[in-house]
Design a protein. Structure first.
Lengths: 89, 369
């Protein structure tokens, strides 16, 4: 199962320790994480389900390509890391 | 009279309390480190609301029912998805996102409308909630109005609704002011809208658009609650007043040291008494001659007193944003905060000022609670 971890800066607003989730894409994996932490959704995604402009997601150290659809594949056992983009200052 | 003031800043929500006659002190801070756009006290149930702008994580809304002891996060407005392939552009051809950028105004409904809240936002969406902020609905009639497409950024890159006034005589009548995009009124709680800018002018616009409703950049709109036919606007172009229930506006000129500014507050019972904070316009946006002053009229704008006792009169460059001045319910106590982190309070309608703070983060808004 992929493992999703969130930047420590998010923990200040929503408790969201790393979790193992079922999912073959970034979207599926995040949806599984949001099922555990419902309030987290609005902090990571905007109202259209797209990644917020100043957020970034890495899969095994590689930034995702599909920031809108979140369709990037997630290999079994991958590490997904959700963090701020430095563009946000 | 109110003995407590909430100060919304770039780095937290600060609470100050009156310690005795002429003595106020900061006592608490909530959301330290977070960008607090504005706060509001709902007079119907005493709840406090704080709008946060996390930047990375988006705009959020928190509510406290115990005067700040505990806070809970409530819902935020969601913009609709644009039609497939639609790219929204403003009047100048710049892209406008259909996404919540920031809360810019939060207004409770009347006592007869429990749970009803109005939110003015960037980039120009008006929303209401009927459940104390748990869920929000966009007022689509305003968003879909063709004239809305002519709104432009003013004070921010995107247009925004900064004033939402619910008429105390009729909760279905709501008047909103937009920077930059005029003043719009509904009498049927948001089904239909009409412009209410007759008499206003925008010197900065191209000549043929000087009187167009969408050209007007009201910085702040207020209604006198006790005499609700009387309204004031601090406009980008100057000060305007209406005595016929916003049907028409009269420009107030010859105001020293400047007719430009952002905030305006009006006395709750006396519509002729209002306060403004003058600044050098457009190109500088600083106090005139480095002196922080407050202008008060008691005769409906015919004359103004420039109040300065207790305020810095040299080398001061405090700018006061449109929501950063408030008057308490008694009409006696005034407060304002600045972009350089100063806050001043008066207990006698501005005759004398005391310094509450000089080193806070930039102040976005103040409100007596």
């Amino acid at each position: 199962m992929p493992r999703v971890a969130f930047t420590r800066n998010l923990q200040r607003h929503v408790a969201c320790p790393p979790c193992a989730v079922a999912g073959a894409t970034v979207r599926e994996s995040l949806e599984a994480a949001f099922a555990l932490y419902p309030r987290l959704r609005g902090y990571v995604l905007d109202e259209h389900g797209e990644l917020r402009f100043h957020m970034s997601i890495y899969v095994d150290g590689v930034p995702i390509a599909d920031r809108k659809g979140l369709g990037d594949p997630v290999p079994e056992g991958a590490e997904i890391f959700v963090m701020q983009a430095l563009s946000g200052g | 009279m109110s003995d407590q003031l909430l100060v919304s800043t770039r780095k937290g929500l600060f609470s100050a309390r009156r310690q005795g006659k002429g003595a106020w002190a900061l006592e608490e801070v909530f959301f330290l480190g977070d960008n607090v756009s504005l706060s509001m006290r709902d007079p119907r149930d005493g709840a406090w609301y704080a709008a946060l702008d996390h930047g990375h994580f988006g705009a959020k809304l928190h509510r406290s029912r115990d005067r700040g002891a505990t806070w809970e996060e409530v819902g935020v407005p969601a913009y609709p998805a644009p039609p497939e392939g639609h790219v929204e552009k403003d009047f100048l051809g710049r892209e406008i996102p259909w996404r919540l950028i920031r809360f810019w105004c939060l207004t409770p409904g009347l006592a007869s409308q429990p749970g009803l809240l109005w939110a003015g936002t960037l980039p120009g969406g008006l929303f209401w909630s009927e459940d104390w902020g748990a869920t929000w609905q966009m007022v689509e009639s305003l968003w879909n109005m063709p004239e809305r497409r002519k709104w432009m950024g003013g004070g921010a890159d995107a247009p925004g609704i900064h004033s939402v006034v619910v008429d105390p005589r009729d909760g279905h009548r709501v008047v909103v002011a937009v920077s930059s995009g005029g003043i719009w009124q509904t009498r049927d709680r948001g089904q239909t809208w009409t412009a209410h800018t007759k008499g206003m002018r925008a010197d900065y616009a191209p000549p043929e658009l000087v009187e167009a409703p969408e050209s007007q950049d009201p910085h702040r709109l207020v209604q006198c609650p006790g005499q609700p036919d009387h309204w004031w606007v601090q406009h980008h172009n100057g000060i305007f007043r209406s005595t016929d229930d916003a049907r028409s506006w009269t420009e107030v000129t010859d105001v020293q040291p400047s007719v430009f500014g952002f905030p305006v507050v009006v006395h709750p019972k006396d519509p002729d008494t209002a306060w403004f904070i003058p600044a050098i316009k457009d190109e500088k946006r600083i106090p005139v001659e480095g002196r922080v002053v407050v202008n008060r009229t008691r005769d409906g704008g015919r004359t103004f007193e420039t109040l300065h006792r207790g305020l810095p009169q040299a080398w001061a460059y405090d700018l006061v944003y449109r929501h950063a001045m408030d008057l308490d319910g008694s009409g006696e106590r005034l407060a304002f905060g600045s972009t350089t982190g100063s806050v001043w309070i008066s207990e006698n309608q501005g005759d004398d000022w005391l310094t509450l703070a000089e080193h806070l983060p930039p102040v976005h808004a103040v409100v007596f609670v």
